[in-house]
Design a protein around this ligand. Structure first.
Ligand code: AMP
Ligand code: ZN
Ligand code: FE
Ligand code: FE
Length: 289
């Protein structure tokens, strides 16, 4: 088990554990340093911070995850040491969350057109005020008996190239890095192999182009240790991170999703050195600005 897990979701976006429940699970798994990184929301961070105070040997790195659509793929950016008091940043997040509502509603409409009888009202009930996402729709499809597990909903309908997928607000990966930099957060590329099918099969030419672009925009790290990456994938991604002088980050992207075999917090994550390096970079940027 890793002692560091820098990618975790809660009920404030599409995870199903509250921040307190998540912190307790991390504690019992022996994870010491965690980042709560909800989609387009920092609202779970306060509860996470309070919960972590009960464990003297644990520490929270405040995080957030921003998502962008690129042709046929998705690029997600994590932001570490996010400043939650930044009013401008909070306005941007609120706009992204509103976009998620419109997008969610459109995906439900498409599913309805395909003959799947789930309602937007039910999806909203499942989300219960959280930053809404496809896992909430997937849950509604599970409940209604259209699929067995949430992941099946992605495979059949709402995956990036699925029949009921709807794109989100237009933001480029470079824009997302800029938004995080403006906030003072450290931008890190999440799950790099999601970039395209080629990178999944080991051809990293497309990914290298994106990494160069993002590095020029201020990217400081990329996920190398992730959920269920194989040792081979980790070796390849570590090499890529070294080539671009990016801090090797990672975590489980835990959602308590209800999918079978979901790796628990601490099942993947970087070494403690990574946290030291992120803190050094954060300090360096704070001095520079
Ligand atoms: P959204 O933010 O609405 O685009 O939804 C993205 C979230 O959906 C991710 O953070 C994952 O939790 C989940 N997700 C994406 N792709 C899959 C998949 N193939 N199987 C299961 N969950 C997925
Ligand atoms: Zn998610
Ligand atoms: Fe993601
Ligand atoms: Fe995530």
């Amino acid at each position: 088990m890793a002692e560091v897990d820098l990618h975790l979701h809660t009920t404030f976006s599409d995870g199903t554990l509250t921040p307190s429940e998540l912190v307790r699970l991390c504690a019992s798994n022996g994870v010491k340093i965690i980042s709560v990184s909800d989609h387009d929301s920092t609202e779970g961070l306060r509860e996470a911070e309070e919960a972590i105070h009960q464990f003297s040997d644990m520490e929270l790195i405040p995080g957030v995850e921003l998502s962008t659509d690129v042709p046929n793929a998705e690029v997600h950016l994590l932001g570490y040491f996010v400043d939650v008091e930044d009013a401008n940043f909070q306005r941007v997040l609120a706009r992204f969350r509103e976009g998620r509502v419109e997008r969610g509603r459109s995906m439900v409409e498409r599913l309805n057109e395909l003959g799947l009888g789930i309602t937007w009202e039910r999806v909203q009930q499942i989300a219960d005020g959280a930053s809404i996402g496809r896992p909430h729709i997937a849950q509604a499809l599970v409940e209604a008996g259209y699929v067995k597990y949430p992941k099946d909903a992605f495979d059949k309908y709402i995956g990036r190239n699925g029949v009921a997928y709807v794109e989100r607000i237009r933001v480029t990966p470079v824009d997302a890095v800029g938004i995080l930099i403006d906030n003072g957060a450290l931008p890190v590329l999440a799950h790099p192999t999601y970039y395209d099918d080629k990178s999944q099969q080991g051809d990293d030419s497309g990914l290298r182009t994106v990494l160069q672009e993002l590095k020029d925009a201020g990217l400081v790290g990329m996920e190398v240790y992730y959920k269920d990456y194989t040792p081979d994938q980790v070796v390849q991604l570590k090499r890529l991170a070294d080539d671009f002088d990016l801090v090797p980050c990672g975590g489980t992207d835990y959602h308590a999703s209800g999918n079978p075999g979901e790796p628990e917090p601490g099942a993947a994550g970087p070494a403690m050195d990574t946290v030291v390096e992120l803190k050094r970079l954060k300090k360096e940027r704070a001095v520079a600005s």
